[in-house]
Design a protein around this ligand. Sequence first.
Ligand code: DAH
Length: 349
Amino acid sequence: MSAGEGIASARLGNWIEGFEGDAAERGQTRAQWELLRIHWAGKKQGVVRGLLEEIKRIEPEQRRAYGEDVNRFKEHVERRLSAIDAALAAREREAARRAAAVDVTLPGRRPALGSLHPVTLVIAEMEQIFAEMGYSVAEGPEVEDDYHNFEALNFPADHPARDTQDTFFLEDGLLLRTHTSPVQIRTMLARRPPIRVICPGRVFRNDNDLRHSPMFHQVEGLAVAEGITVGHLKGTILAFMRRLFSPETDIRMRPSFFPFTEPSAEVDVTCQNCRGQGCEVCSGTGWMEILGCGMVDPRVLAGCGIDPDVYSGFAFGMGVDRVAMNRYGIPNIRLLFDNDERLLRQVRG
Ligand code: DAH
């Protein structure tokens, strides 16, 4: 190896060492690689470009060796830059693949299933039982007038029984129905006997505490035909309660008063919490108060154009919410109407 070549090699060696040191530091990311490339191989001000310019100032006899070193360095820089570029590109592809990959071992997201409200479930159950007994479902408006909610049900104006209803009055003589009984009137005005309907729906009373909500639900029943007796009424209610609760369930009827029925009764059902033993739910009586009923007052029939000398009927009205609370172990009526999703999830299925 000549002296000249040795110097040239040492020079080339220094250049390469300088480049490699920089490449080791800056070859890690795309942005840094770009700076590395501009610094060393940039067309205008790159290091290699500068070394090429230098050639003019090199002694003529050393130009050839110098030129060879610069060319070899240039090749080295280009080769290494493209190698680093390829390595970065491979790394980028791998990162993109990972980002896009589907982890098939992840548990799936469960779709949030809707469910029916406990009150809806209980109403559906009641409708089903009565459907099997030949009843159809009738519905009426929640905004009623005085005639259907009171007058036609034999609550004359100023009758004290109106006070028991805690009515929400609206404008123009309208009101929120205080019970489902007006649907009886609408049905009897529209249809001729024999009639067998139940009327589920919302009712409203200005009453709000732990056991009462200003909106609650009733299911009304009405049967009108020739020869209907209290025996039919009692038999129907007993059969219904035994289907709804259990075959051991009993009922008892207590005399009561409703303007639209005569005679009238309230019906108690064996407390489902203690099976009649007496507990806090039934205040120690063993009975749950569930339903009002009676024989449709002849005045009500006549008012609807049904001849009370030919036809008779029974009617009943029951609260649904307490049955739902009892069925699903819900201690407070508010829970039914707060729309807390957690309650619905517990009741589901
Ligand atoms: N409408 C009554 C109430 O809300 C319940 C009721 C009692 C309905 C006796 C009836 C009935 O049909 O015969 O308190």
